[in-house]
Design a protein around this ligand. Structure first.
Ligand code: ZN
Length: 303
């Protein structure tokens, strides 16, 4: 996985284009206001992962920006953002233990609702990549978090790249994780987020069949184009984001990115097709499947 803190030309370019997109939006909304209208409401869903103890202060600063510049909302809302209102929803993928120790106290202090997407088999164990494994909350810790501010959603049983699975295996990941989580927490579980952001239209349909009310991708579209939106976009944020980058993200200025991703994919596919007769691109033509690791705790291994 790319290091989100690394400074690269790509990151600078994305930030620059988003600044341009933001300036255009501000000018457009100003025009609507001077003509006596109210711009449409907007909503951006943020996607955090781990909040290590040394990053807590930066995380708290980002929450202060959210509170100052937007209205925090719960992502299971059923109404559209009101005209002129900029809302922000906050989510955490993977259910790391530092959500409880670092993130939740800061969220609670500001009365900000959030949603945590948990991996059933990782609960009480370690999860991540071989070079960075982090502790995940246990079922007891999940149950200890007050229901008022935190909603739990499923992030599958084992965190696979779902598009690479057979349909029945993908359905098992979707359904069983939801059912087991409901039993464990004694709460309704109707939200889901795709591991690695990997999804297809067929998977979205399977999520419907598995009983979810709403599912979340990692494509940074504005959320809730309509109140019944089922597959909702999110933007990845990190505590290492530059302040300008973070402000642009919560303003929805990165919403052009999915079109850039699609364009890049089309370009790559056409290059692969053009070189299909040669052998130079054979390796890149095969799909690279991202993977992660769950390391069971010692007590589980001996059980
Ligand atoms: Zn994940």
């Amino acid at each position: 996985m790319k290091d989100p803190a690394a400074v690269s030309w790509g990151r600078i370019l994305r930030c620059g284009i988003s600044l341009g997109a933001y300036s255009f939006t501000v000018a457009y909304e100003f025009l609507i206001r001077i003509l006596g209208g109210k711009p449409k409401g907007s909503c951006v869903i943020l996607n955090y992962h781990s909040i290590p103890i040394e990053e807590r202060v930066k995380f708290a600063r980002q929450l202060d920006i959210v509170v100052r510049r937007a209205t925090p909302i719960a992502i299971d809302m059923e109404t559209m953002p009101a005209p002129g209102v900029r809302s922000v929803g906050i989510t955490f993928d993977d259910g790391f233990e530092n959500f409880m120790s670092q993130a939740f106290p800061e969220l609670e202090r500001r009365n900000i609702p959030s949603t945590v997407f948990v991996i059933l088999d990782a609960l009480g164990n370690e999860f991540g990549t071989p070079d960075l494994l982090e502790r995940v909350m246990s079922p007891e810790q999940l149950r200890a978090i007050p229901e008022k501010l935190v909603t739990f959603g499923s992030h599958t049983l084992t965190h696979p790249f779902l598009p690479s699975l057979q349909e029945q295996d993908a359905f098992k990941e979707l359904l069983e994780s939801r059912v087991q989580l409901e039993k464990m927490l004694n709460r309704r579980v109707v939200l889901f987020s795709f591991p690695f952001g990997g999804f297809t239209e067929a998977l979205v349909k399977l999520c419907h069949q598995a009983g979810y009310d709403r599912v979340f991708t990692t494509l940074p579209y504005l959320a809730f184009a309509n109140a019944k939106e089922f597959a909702v976009g999110r933007i990845r944020v990190d505590t290492t984001d530059w302040p300008l980058e973070f402000r642009l993200k919560i303003a929805g200025a990165y919403r052009w990115l999915p079109w850039a991703f699609a364009f890049k994919k089309r370009l790559l596919n056409s290059r692969i097709a053009a070189s299909a007769l040669g052998s130079r691109h054979k390796e890149s033509a095969g799909q690279r499947v991202p993977h992660s690791l769950i390391r069971k705790s010692a007590s589980d291994l001996t059980a």
